[in-house]
Design a protein around this ligand. Structure first.
Ligand SMILES: Nc1ncnc2c1ncn2[C@@H]1O[C@H](COP(=O)(O)OP(=O)(O)OP(=O)(O)O)[C@@H](O)[C@H]1O
Ligand SMILES: [Mg+2]
Length: 370
């Protein structure tokens, strides 16, 4: 008995849909639908290994399939027509048509290898997705831990060490004032004064370091003020002409959004300083009805961004890669527009309230006053 032309067409259509199926469930549904169109099929049972010691049994008789997972290999039902994917290794799975399905038996033998391939493909895809999910999860956890650690060290530097140094400075001043009132103590006064200056310099360095690690201004005055302050530092320490503007009405942001955009801005500015050779740098923070975005634009040498995107971004270097991860983590987006000799624009946008499952909304908001 061979295949009719209609059956051959149905099998070809099934092969096409199986190749592009989005889940095992849809492979099973499509198989059931195909077999029904070929003859009197009431139900199907499909067994496929989940891993080395567990099997999934898919059953379908109505609108949608159901699945059960077992530790024991499910033996095929009796009084059924069963086709094993690999006759030499029955535990590799099978398709079974309970009842009298002899009409579709031959077609089932042709369909089985396609089903097996489609199920293997789905398993491989699921593994890749799982691996990429856990990679993203790992990156997110690392970035978050890094932010929290920076914040903790910044607080300790500022509040503990900073305060001790400030009181040391006061004590030195007090001792200096006492010494000044006594005759013959000039060398001691000079010594104390020098020490006080040195402590003052160290205190300044500690505050700068604390600020670099975590700008408190982000908590108190918000993203735009923090970014503006960052650009003032750039103007002070480089010959680049910097502008920083704000569009729209600033509003309170989740702390994670503020920190992420601030860090991405820091990285983009650092790129401009290190790689662009630009003479102008323009930063814009824009608050729209639903999202906040930050654009960093320079008029420097630009670059060919294609290698970054080849291989799905896997070759992205750590700066842009971290920006992309931070944005993805908040359900936002990152856009890079550049070409050799054309300057560079980096744009990052984050929705205020993201439904993205990764977005971790913290109650701690950053205030936004200009
Ligand atoms: N504004 C820019 N102007 C010109 N080239 C840039 C600019 N920004 C980035 N690039 C180019 O893109 C590359 C990738 O940038 P990215 O920030 O991802 O990595 P990096 O700065 O080289 O290293 P990292 O950020 O990990 O220290 C840079 O090496 C540089 O060649
Ligand atoms: Mg970089």
């Amino acid at each position: 008995m061979g295949l009719s032309e209609a059956e051959a067409r149905l099998i070809a259509a099934f092969a096409r849909s199986a190749a592009t199926a989005s889940s095992m469930e849809s492979v099973v549904s499509e198989l059931f639908r195909t077999l029904r169109m070929m003859g009197t099929v009431e139900s199907i049972e499909l067994v496929y290994p989940f891993d080395y010691a567990r099997w999934d049994t898919w059953r379908m008789s109505g609108e949608s399939p159901s699945m059960t997972r077992t530790d024991e290999w499910p033996t095929p039902p009796k009084n059924a027509m069963t086709t094993f994917f690999d006759p030499d290794n029955r535990q590799a799975g099978y398709v079974s048509l309970p009842g009298n399905a002899s009409k579709t038996g031959y077609a089932l033998e042709t369909l089985a290898p396609i089903v097996w391939t489609a199920m293997s493909l789905q398993t491989a895809l699921a593994r890749v997705q799982k691996a990429s999910r856990s990679e993203t999860e790992m990156v997110r956890t690392t970035l978050r831990a890094r932010d929290e650690e920076r914040q903790r060290i910044a607080r300790e530097l500022h509040d503990d060490l900073g305060q001790s140094m400030a009181s040391l400075k006061l004590s030195l001043k007090w001792a200096e004032d006492i010494a000044r009132k006594q005759k013959g103590m000039e060398p001691v006064v000079d010594e104390l004064s020098e020490s006080r200056d040195a402590v003052g310099v160290m205190l300044g360095k500690i505050r700068d370091l604390s600020h670099t690690l975590y700008p408190k201004i982000l908590d108190t005055l918000g993203l735009f003020a923090a970014v503006k302050e960052m650009t003032l530092q750039v103007s002070r320490h480089s010959s680049i002409q910097v502008t920083c503007t704000c569009k729209g009405k600033p509003r309170a942001l989740d702390m994670e959004i503020g920190v992420a955009l601030y860090r991405c801005c820091q990285e983009s500015i650092s790129n401009v300083l290190r790689h662009s050779g630009a003479s102008r740098l323009a930063i814009q923070v824009r608050y729209s009805g639903k999202d906040v975005s930050l654009a960093v634009e320079d008029d420097g040498r630009g670059f060919d961004p294609r290698p970054l995107y080849d291989s799905g971004g896997k070759r992205m270097s750590s700066g842009f890669w971290t920006i992309r991860q931070r944005m993805a983590d908040l359900g936002g987006s990152f856009r890079l527009s550049t070409a050799e000799g054309m300057g560079t624009v980096v744009e990052m946008t984050v929705p205020y309230s993201s439904n993205h499952k990764n977005a971790n909304k913290r109650k701690n908001k950053t205030a936004h006053r200009r």
